[in-house]
Design a binder for this molecule. Structure first.
Ligand code: IPM
Ligand code: MN
Length: 352
């Protein structure tokens, strides 16, 4: 019997609502596996924790999370009470401290759903964005000087390392073997001629080692346009941290909406726990109403099981989601009337 210890970090806003459904579905899928047991520990962190303790997470939060096999995150942030850059910082720290450098965000339109793109269906919208998740534009490197004076200025310098760029590109090449055999690397090397030209150089070095994969470069502005007009031309998109962030909100909406878009923060070497979370945020506007779509959180749970070598359980969840969506079950974001819990139950009923 394998027991997987999972830290559930529901967070803020709709985070707890969607995480509860993901936990129900994950547990049901695990029960069907003869040798798998999931043990959830809920971490009560976020804005409520801040109200009591004056901080969103305990000081030693990284060492608390470290022993778990994986982290299932809901969403963080409550901008009416605390600025996002404060509430969201622990999330970025987990990604960086645990070297979760591969952020995998599939943009797959399920059957039975309509994309915002006219004339594009499930056959056309099925690519993955692989976001470099450990460095780049998200490194906490900079400062603000002459605060409050007319000469005030800020510097924030991105860090792109050869090691960091090479490993995410290799991960992308490997992944492309199973996805249209095509890799698109996204930068802005026509304007930023130091960091992104390093990316260009490394791609040129690696491409000959993967002769079975067609690789190309696109600048981020053009890529945003191309994803809208020709989503079918993408297989694996590898992007820096910030560009990956931008393109995955776009990918999410192309694939039916952010209520459906899952995500990993993977440490492929498994030296640290990886973290799984929906791409959407805490959505304070609909928090507490019980109408958030739990599918993105549920599919993130499937990615967790895949990562921890339980592909059969993961497949059960994905198939259940597929059948549920095909049956027309829908929360308000998809034009339906189901509550978060009803949608979770609909998926649960299809977990067989
Ligand atoms: C995401 C989010 C985060 C990011 C925020 C919450 C820091 O937008 O996971 O896409 O920018 O990475
Ligand atoms: Mn984002």
């Amino acid at each position: 019997m394998t027991t997987l210890k999972i830290a559930a970090y529901p967070g803020d806003g709709i985070g707890p609502e969607v995480t509860a459904e993901a936990m129900r579905v994950l547990s049901a899928a695990a029960r069907l596996e003869p040798e798998l047991h999931l043990e959830f520990t809920t971490l009560p962190w976020g804005i409520e924790y801040w109200k009591q303790h004056g901080r969103c997470v305990p000081e030693n939060f990284l060492s608390i999370v470290r022993p778990f096999d994986a982290i299932l995150l809901g969403a963080v942030g409550w901008p009416a009470l605390l600025p996002d850059h404060e509430t969201l910082w622990p999330l970025v720290q987990i990604r960086q401290a645990f070297d979760q450098y591969a952020c995998m965000r599939p943009a797959k339109l399920y059957r039975g759903l309509k994309s915002v793109l006219a004339g594009k269906g499930p056959a056309e919208i099925d690519f993955v964005v692989l976001r470099e998740n450990s460095e780049g534009e998200y490194v906490d490197n900079g400062g603000r000087l002459k605060r409050g004076t007319p000469d005030e200025f800020a510097v924030q310098t991105a860090v792109h390392t050869r090691k960091g760029v090479e490993r995410i590109l290799r991960y992308g090449f490997e992944m492309a073997r199973k996805r249209r055999k095509k890799l698109t690397m996204v930068t802005k090397s026509n304007a930023q001629r130091h960091a992104y030209v390093l990316w260009d150089d490394i791609l040129a070095e690696l491409a000959p080692q993967y002769p079975d994969i067609e690789s190309e470069r696109q600048h981020c502005d053009a890529c945003a346009m191309n994803m809208v007009r020709w989503p079918e031309k993408f297989g694996v998109v590898v992007a820096s941290n910030l560009f990956g962030d931008l393109l995955t909100d776009l990918g999410g909406v192309l694939a039916g909406g952010l209520g459906l878009a899952p995500s990993t923060n993977t440490n492929p070497e498994r030296n640290f726990p990886s973290m799984f979370e929906p791409v959407h945020g805490s959505a304070p506007d609909i928090a507490g109403k019980g109408i958030a779509n739990p599918i993105a959180a549920i599919l993130s749970g499937a990615m967790l099981l895949d990562h921890l070598d339980h592909p059969a359980a993961a497949a059960r969840i994905r198939t259940a989601v597929e059948e549920t969506l095909l049956s027309g079950a829908a929360t308000p974001d998809l034009g339906g009337k189901l509550t978060t819990e009803q949608m979770g139950s609909a998926v649960l009923a299809n977990v067989t």
